[in-house]
Write a protein that binds this ligand. Structure first.
Ligand SMILES: [Fe+2]
Length: 284
């Protein structure tokens, strides 16, 4: 028997808080309601709770197959599906180093793979005590598409962007370069700039910081177009800004949302998250 899900919208446009305890697993009817809310609100926030790595992986698997990230230096907690971002040294002190500066730019997880990310689940283990910095922001890409002028819709229709982790990670942000093996394992892939969401059937813009160039366009021209569109598709009133409390879990739909983290002081504040990404489909 399903019960109504305790869902409370976070903004008029996207995001909802779902007051569920995930620690004991969900029956199928409840998960179906969660998935419905996930499609409707694009970003779901679960209240602070003690969620073990195993439970996080189990919950992620309800959405679909979990990605094993190519950058295996981040694997954690004996679960290769989990990816840990931490600025702590082995004594638990801030080490002064941001673990992934690429996350500070608007992007969508796994767009550098042929089968791209569907959901990402982030559990906030440790968050800056001040509550300031290290936020995560989410922007609605259905709305971004709706707001394109007819001329832009026409211009982008049929265009494909090449997404490349080596570009966004190594060349663009110049930190923690991929190894040669990692680079070979993840060659660039192209995806439509306007995709149709597999579940909702709605169109959305699919671009972000992993996009390097445009198929059939000179490199510099493609770069300029990507920068222009990436700037154009983020709107304040289509954005949910999340300030974390420890123990919260957020799940979002990478197919129709861009996200970014905000900076924090990695020499003073402590921040540890564990993340897993669910594989979706080849964008159409
Ligand atoms: Fe991300």
């Amino acid at each position: 028997m399903s019960s109504p899900l305790p869902v409370r919208p976070l903004t008029p446009r996207l995001g909802a808080r779902v007051d569920l305890d995930l620690g004991r697993g969900l029956d199928d009817a409840t998960f179906d309601a969660v998935y419905e809310a996930f499609l409707r609100y694009q970003v779901l926030l679960f209240p602070p709770q003690d969620l073990s790595p195993a439970r996080q992986v189990e919950f992620g698997r309800r959405f679909g197959e979990l990605q094993i990230h190519v950058m295996n230096q981040y694997h954690s907690d004996a679960h290769p599906e989990l990816y840990r971002l931490s600025n702590l040294d082995d004594k638990g002190r801030p080490n002064g180093r941001h673990p992934d500066k690429g996350t500070l730019a608007w992007h969508t997880d796994g767009s550098w793979q042929r089968v791209t990310g569907q959901a990402t689940l982030i559990y906030g283990e440790v968050m800056p005590a001040s509550g300031v910095g290290g936020e995560t922001h989410f922007c609605d890409m259905y709305g971004a598409y709706e707001r394109l002028s007819p001329a832009w819709k026409t211009r982008l229709a049929g265009l494909r962007a090449v997404h490349n982790l080596d570009f966004s990670r190594t060349r663009r942000h110049a930190e923690d370069p991929l190894t040669d093996d990692q680079r070979r394992a993840r060659p660039p892939v192209d995806h439509p700039i306007v995709r149709t969401h597999a579940d909702s059937g709605r169109k959305c813009v699919y671009l972000g910081d992993h996009a390097e160039s445009i198929v059939g366009m000179a490199y510099d021209e493609g770069r300029a177009l990507i920068e222009e569109v990436n700037a154009m598709i983020v709107h304040d009133d289509l954005t949910y800004r999340h300030r974390w409390s420890p123990g919260q879990l957020i799940v979002w739909d990478n197919r129709c949302v861009l996200h970014r983290a905000t900076a924090y002081d990695p020499s003073r504040d402590r921040r540890v998250i564990r993340r897993c990404t669910v594989l979706g489909e080849v964008p159409q």
